[in-house]
Design a protein around this ligand. Structure first.
Ligand code: FES
Length: 115
């Protein structure tokens, strides 16, 4: 058995058989990785392998379509396309933040000159 730690879900750690699909484990164990299609098409399950990247299988063509080279180099994967051979830790952007509320830095500042 291998261990998968869902960092964004308060570090919840579960066991799974080797060569498990990451999204399936998340669904079965309520790991919390967001998803929609389950087939490598929507990109909703984008997540980052924070530890144990060497325990993941090779990046699929579908992932190369939806993730930039920088993201892939930084350890991002699509959970529905990723199989795990050993212990990993995974994080992702919570859905609320993904909707855009986190991007407050680009909002107009409060100190604009009064006319
Ligand atoms: S759930 Fe749609 S790409 Fe993984």
């Amino acid at each position: 058995m291998i261990q998968i730690t869902f960092l964004t879900n308060q570090g919840k750690t579960v066991s799974a058989p080797a060569d498990s699909n990451l999204l399936r484990v998340s669904l079965r164990e309520q790991g919390g990785i967001p998803f929609k299609c389950g087939g490598g098409l929507c990109g909703t399950c984008k997540c980052r392998i924070e530890a144990g990247r060497e325990h993941t299988d090779t990046v699929k063509p579908k992932e190369k379509k939806l993730l930039t080279e920088d993201e892939l180099a930084g350890g991002f994967r699509l959970a529905c396309q990723t199989f795990i051979r050993g212990d990993i830790a995974v994080s992702w952007q919570p859905r609320e933040a993904a909707r855009g509320t986190a991007n407050t830095a680009a909002a107009p500042s409060e100190c604009s000159p009064s006319l």
